[in-house]
Design a protein around this ligand. Structure first.
Ligand code: UD1
Length: 340
C-alpha cells in the first residue's frame, strides 16, 4: 500500500515516514524542499533500510501532482506540506493562504476524482486558542486563531470536513500540541533555518553557544512559576499516532463518512522554566536566559486531554520530557558533526 506523504522531508513528516516504512507501508514523498533538505531522505533510508519514492516539487503544480497519482497506486495521504512560521504568516497572508490551502485542495481534487479515502491532516492545538478550561479535549470550543498560520489550519479542517461529508470519505484531523525532540538515531530532527521561534530549538542553540541567551517571553502569567505552560510531545510518539490514525481509517469496513479528530499531547503541562531545567539536567549543560516582556499572541496555558486518542487509536505518548530533550542535544551534535 502506498501512502502519499506531502512535506515528508520536514520535521514531523520525516519521523512519520520512518514509522510508516517500519510498519510495512510503501511511501511516496512530495516535498518542495522549501523548509527541508535532501540529506534527510538519505538518512531516512539509512534508518529504515528502505527507499521511499521522492518527488521534489511544489504541490500547487497540479499537473505534476496528477502525474504522481497516475504513476502510483495511492491508498491514503498524510498532508504535512505547509508553511508554519507564525510571525511570517502575518506579514505574508496571501502567500500562506495560497500555499497551505491550494496544495490541500489540489490533493483533494485527486482524491475526489479517483474515489480515494483515508486522508490525514496535520492540524494544531492553535485551533482552540486560549481555552477556558484545562485539559483541552476535542469538544473544547474552537476559537478563530490570531495568526494567519492558525487560520489556515482551521480552514483546512473545515475544507476536509466538507469533503468527507459530501463524498463519504474518511479523514483524520490531528491536532498537535508542541512537538519536540529528534529521532533516537540522531539522523533526523528539526532543521534550524534562521533564528528559531519555537522554544526547544532556541534552547538547543543557546546551550550550543549559537545564541547568547534565551529570552523567556514573560514571567507574569497566572501559572505556578509565572512562565507559560505547554504540552510538549515527543516527535516519534507523535509520528506513531499518525500510523495508528491511518490504520484506523483504512481498516474501517463501512462506506460511510468517518471524521476522526484527535488531540495529540502528553496530557501534562510544563512551564518554560521547567523545560529549561529539564534540558539542563538531561544534557548536563547550562542555558543562560533573561526574562523579557510577553510575546504578542501567546496564550497562558495549553495541555491536552489525550484520552480519546488513547481509547480509539490505542496510542499513548510514552517518552518523558527529559528523554525527548536528550534527543534534541544528540541532534545538535549531529548537526555540528555535519559542518566539520
Ligand atoms: C507556536 C505557535 C503555534 C504552533 C506551534 C508549533 C505562536 C503564537 N504559536 O506555539 O501556532 O502550532 O508553535 O510548534 O507562535 N518561548 C520563550 N522564548 C522563546 C521561544 C518560546 O519564552 O525564545 C515560550 C513561548 O512564549 C511559549 C513557549 O515558550 O510560552 C512555547 O513557545 P513555542 O515553542 O513558540 O510554541 P507555541 O507558542 O506554544
Amino acid at each position: 500500500m502506498a501512502i502519499l506523504v506531502t512535506g515528508g522531508l520536514g520535521y514531523i513528516g520525516s519521523h512519520t515516514v520512518v514509522e510508516l516504512l517500519n510498519n510495512g507501508f510503501e511511501v511516496v514523498i512530495i516535498d518542495d524542499l522549501s523548509n527541508s533538505e535532501k540529506f534527510i531522505l538519505k538518512n531516512i533510508e539509512e534508518i529504515t533500510k528502505k527507499k521511499p519514492v521522492f518527488y521534489p516539487f511544489d504541490l500547487k503544480r497540479k499537473e505534476l501532482l496528477t502525474q504522481v497519482f497516475d504513476a502510483h497506486k495511492i491508498d491514503g495521504c498524510i498532508n504535512f506540506a505547509a508553511s508554519k512560521a507564525v510571525g511570517e504568516s502575518q506579514l505574508k497572508p496571501i502567500d500562506y493562504y495560497e500555499n497551505n490551502l491550494f496544495s490541500l485542495i489540489n490533493i483533494l481534487q485527486e482524491f475526489k476524482e479517483r474515489r480515494l479515502s483515508s486522508f490525514i491532516f496535520s492540524s494544531s492545538c492553535t485551533v482552540y486558542g486560549q481555552a477556558d478550561t484545562m485539559p483541552i479535549d476535542e469538544n473544547t470550543p474552537l476559537r478563530m486563531p490570531e495568526s494567519v498560520y492558525g487560520k489556515t489550519k482551521q480552514m483546512g479542517e473545515e475544507i476536509l470536513i466538507d469533503f468527507a461529508k459530501a463524498y463519504h470519505r474518511k479523514i483524520s484531523l490531528l491536532r498537535y500540541f508542541n512537538p519536540i525532540g529528534a529521532h533516537p538515531s540522531g539522523k533526523i530532527g528539526e532543521l534550524p533555518i534562521g533564528v528559531p521561534n519555537n522554544l526547544v530549538p532556541y534552547v538547543m542553540q543557546t546551550a550550543a553557544g549559537i545564541r547568547e541567551k534565551l529570552s523567556i517571553w514573560g514571567n507574569d502569567y497566572d501559572t505556578e512559576d509565572g512562565t507559560a505552560v505547554r504540552d510538549y510531545i515527543y516527535v516519534v510518539d507523535l509520528a506513531k499516532a499518525h500510523v495508528a490514525a491511518l490504520q484506523r481509517l483504512m481498516n474501517d469496513p463501512s462506506d460511510e463518512t468517518l471524521i476522526d479528530i484527535y488531540n495529540l499531547g502528553t496530557g501534562k503541562g510544563s512551564s518554560v522554566l521547567e523545560v529549561i531545567k529539564a534540558f539542563e539536567l538531561a544534557n548536563n549543560v547550562t542555558v543562560p536566559y533573561q526574562i523579557c516582556e510577553r510575546r504578542e499572541g501567546d496564550i497562558t496555558i495549553a495541555y491536552a486531554n489525550p484520552y480519546k486518542a488513547e481509547k480509539e487509536l490505542n496510542w499513548k505518548s510514552e517518552t518523558s520530557l527529559e528523554e525527548a530533550l536528550r534527543t534534541v542535544w544528540q541532534w545538535q551534535k549531529y548537526l555540528e558533526s555535519r559542518k566539520v
